[in-house]
Design a binder for this molecule. Sequence first.
Ligand code: NAD
Ligand code: MG
Length: 300
Amino acid sequence: MSNFNQYTMQDPRSQYPKAQGKSDDRQPEPGLDAILKPQADHGEESYCGANRLSGRKALITGGDSGIGRAVAIAFAREGAAVAINYLPSEEIDGQKTLNMIQQTGQKAIAIPGDITDEAFCKTLVQQTVEELGSIDILVNNAGKQQFVEELENLTTAQFTQTYATNVFAMFWITKAAVPYMPPGASIINTTSIQSYQPSPGLLDYASTKGAITAFTKSLAKMLIKKGIRVNAVAPGPVWTPLQQSGGQPDEKLQHFGGKVPIGRAGQPAEVAPAFVFLASQESSYITAEVIGVTGGAHLP
Ligand code: NAD
Ligand code: MG
């Protein structure tokens, strides 16, 4: 561990250098953290747990890299057992995250597979419940983002795949998981600033994030009858493999995050505490809510 943690007071503008990719640092989708340049911070050296999720069982999609990895590390250090899902081609990142969960002494389970397949989503939930016993925290975080500048170049195949990954899978996994979620459980969906300030070139992606925001609020009102809270986190520009593997055009990648008031991209480690708060009982009176982690670009 380093000599600072998430509680150390410091100037947020200079807390991290400006993370910016060069155009030749591109990688294919799904991007790998293992080859992300510059590297991202997931709180490996800094996140300090305080038993805020003691004894909880969590399932995190997209838990191999980026925001999902930072959430997995934070949850484990807060005392939760964690199952992560990711695509089979991301095994190298998945194993690294598992290793970091195990280092906390918590149970760590990997269930790789493609969540655009409804049958796999059911298997994912079943396997999590078999190995962990219940699901107290469900983090629907996996996502697909591919920038396409012109409408005429956006294919039906991409549009469908983005919706299947970002929206349909969320429905399938949530529907399968809810029967195993006790009162006090928490569902947290990753939406985006794109839900509120959609960029041109992200037509499919931004509209899925709009759907996720509405899905979150509707579901929250349905599930409070079972004592389950449902919220979302809306990140702004955060340095992850998603951005370097087609999520942004070259010119935006080179100045990634430079336009928000804090003046730099966020790191996954800076997003994870919002998930911890929403997962823990500290947020007992918060449901149907969206927390923005945007570097000042703010939600409406
Ligand atoms: P990331 O690439 O590290 O994580 C996305 C993960 O989604 C991948 O690791 C992969 O495991 C998973 N995934 C994609 N398709 C899948 C499929 N078919 N089956 C199973 N898993 C699949 O990038 P990230 O930025 O950490 O993304 C996490 C979430 O944060 C996404 O929902 C993304 O939309 C959202 N988000 C990111 C930013 C940002 O600037 N990075 C901003 C707002 C929202
Ligand atoms: Mg990944």
